[in-house]
Design a protein around this ligand. Structure first.
Ligand SMILES: [Cu+2]
Length: 200
């Protein structure tokens, strides 16, 4: 019952609002510009929707924190654990560390047309990563893990660029990913991960 009365009230409000709008004189030229402004907004929203649903460009879906100061001590991002790894199900995971002014490891080799999960962390300041021709474009915020799933459309050399100003050497901060054909790629040998010590 109460909902019905609210609805009636709302309907009345909208009718009043529309009636008042009709009373306002809007110049023909002004009307044109209002329409152009709405068109621009619709176009921008359309581009965002298209990128999100067609190109898979989305904000990170989860928030995962990590202690940037002790990255080298943590099991996951210890030096020996960086780079490309394939788990038992054949899923490929790539762990990368960004630091002034490089991405580590310096170069990696991955297969084309394959789902790849990248996990990025920063060891110092805010960095970004952008890989042309893929949906890889994210901030790497110190203290957080940026996880992005992507795939490379064809074999070749792909540049990895930092797209957040991180200091004087920012323009030298880039690295390379070699993408080879799916059938030419071999699963890398599992690294020897030292067991995490318990002296935290
Ligand atoms: Cu940078």
């Amino acid at each position: 019952m109460q909902i019905e009365s609210y609805l009636r009230e709302f309907k009345g409000f909208i009718q009043d609002f529309c009636a008042q709008l009709r009373l306002i004189h809007v110049d023909h030229l002004e009307k044109k510009w209002i329409n152009i402004a709405f068109l621009i907004v619709a176009l921008l929203v359309g581009i965002i929707m298209f990128d999100a649903f067609v190109h898979g460009i989305n904000p990170p879906g989860k928030v995962e924190t990590i202690d940037s100061a002790s990255l080298h001590l943590s099991k996951e991002f210890a030096e020996s654990n960086l780079g490309v790894q394939a788990n038992d199900n054949g899923e490929i995971m790539i762990r990368m560390v960004a630091g002034r002014y490089s991405f580590f490891p310096k170069s990696i080799t991955v297969p084309a047309e394959t789902k790849l999960t990248f996990r990025w962390v920063s060891m110092d300041v805010l960095h970004g990563v952008h890989i042309p021709m893929t949906n890889m474009s994210t901030m790497i915020v110190p203290g957080y893990v940026a996880e992005i799933t992507t795939s490379f459309p064809k074999p070749g050399e792909y540049p990895v660029l930092c797209n957040e100003y991180c200091g004087l050497g920012h323009n030298h901060m880039w690295s390379n990913i070699s993408v080879v054909a799916k059938e030419d790629w071999h699963t890398p040998a599992k690294p020897l991960i030292k067991e995490e010590s318990n002296n935290e």
